[in-house]
Design a protein around this ligand. Structure first.
Ligand SMILES: NC(=O)c1ccc[n+]([C@@H]2O[C@H](COP(=O)([O-])OP(=O)(O)OC[C@H]3O[C@@H](n4cnc5c(N)ncnc54)[C@H](OP(=O)(O)O)[C@@H]3O)[C@@H](O)[C@H]2O)c1
Length: 283
């Protein structure tokens, strides 16, 4: 089977690509930078350079002979990319699209509405699909590294609310299972980490991983917004993030599912393991 990975140079897409390579497959990757892809995957993938944001830089030419696509798109207008890719894929005879979506399509929080429109666009194309509705990623915690390194502190507007962050490797494992079998066609797989934790509990877990106490400081939504625009700039992404943190605080994002176990046959990876693997980022 031939797989095409969109977003292969990113956090999740690179893990999906590596897993496919390790299984003996030779995936194609649609990437903005061929050099970046070569540095990540050497000669083990077929590289197609392209950019969704550049007119005339289409994915269509890469679809010949492709059986399934891992589709990772982002931003408030991601539905346009999801629509274009799924219609082109259907036309080219691709069998299946696996879209990385979010659990928040179910509650309309944060980026949920963006992905809900993307899912609708794919359904509308008539392509066979699997939607991976993932909880927040454990790797989001890398955004706390500066404040933990310099102040031994995680500052957040999430209060004592909890969320079951998921390990990126679990998302990749679910994606590869969905890409390589027909067992999950037509399904939305709701996947989370093994337990919902507060940000204070995650701070303490990171503290244990690095052998130093890490505290938690509650900040207001306004402060969270001001802090976030410093690195992300103003716009819909910051609004989405502050909305997610508010929803965590209000206890609206503490869903835990057995999705990873059902799809992969094993338990999801706990946050303590992610923290141990990434301890160097917080020291
Ligand atoms: N973070 C969370 O908690 C969370 C939870 C649920 C769902 N999600 C969803 O997960 C996705 C983000 O996954 P991620 O963390 O793996 O993202 P990421 O690390 O930022 O990777 C994004 C990938 O997309 C590529 N890309 C960006 N713009 C492109 C363009 N114009 N044309 C072609 N390729 C382009 C990037 O290429 P370059 O390497 O060239 O930049 C990169 O390979 C989003 O859809 C998000 O909504 C996130």
């Amino acid at each position: 089977m031939k797989h095409l990975i969109v977003g292969a140079t990113g956090n999740i897409g690179s893990r999906v690509t590596r897993r496919l390579v390790e299984s003996g497959a030779r995936p194609s990757v649609f990437v903005r930078s061929a050099n970046k892809a070569r540095a990540l995957f050497g000669d083990h993938v077929d590289i197609h350079a392209g950019d969704f944001d550049k007119p005339g830089s289409s994915l269509t030419a890469t679809l010949a002979g492709v059986d399934s696509i891992f589709l990772l798109t982002d931003g408030p207008d991601l539905e346009q990319r999801d629509r274009a890719v799924s219609f082109a894929a259907r036309h080219a005879g691709v069998r299946h699209v696996v879209k990385l979506s979010t659990l928040d399509v179910r509650n309309g929080i944060g980026t949920g509405p963006w992905h809900a429109r993307g899912e609708d666009a794919i359904r509308g194309s008539g392509m066979a699909f699997t939607f991976i509705q993932a909880a927040g990623f454990m790797s989001n915690a890398l955004g706390w590294s500066q404040s933990i390194r310099h102040a031994g502190l995680l500052r957040s507007s999430t209060g004592s609310g909890k969320i079951a962050f998921i390990h990126p490797d679990d998302i990749a494992a679910v994606a590869v299972t969905a890409l390589t079998s027909r067992d999950h066609d037509g399904q939305a797989l709701v996947i989370t980490g093994p337990e919902a934790l507060s940000y204070g509990e995650m701070a303490a877990t990171i503290g244990r991983a690095i052998g130093k106490p890490v505290g938690f400081e509650q900040i207001s939504d306004r402060q969270a917004y001001t802090d976030t625009i410093e690195w992300a700039g103003e716009g819909p992404y910051v609004d989405a993030l502050v909305g997610i943190w508010r929803a965590v605080r209000e206890g609206r994002l503490d869903t835990v599912t057995d999705g990873v176990q059902r799809v992969t046959g094993r338990e999801p990876i706990p946050f303590a393991q992610w923290a141990a693997e990434n301890a160097a980022s917080f020291q």
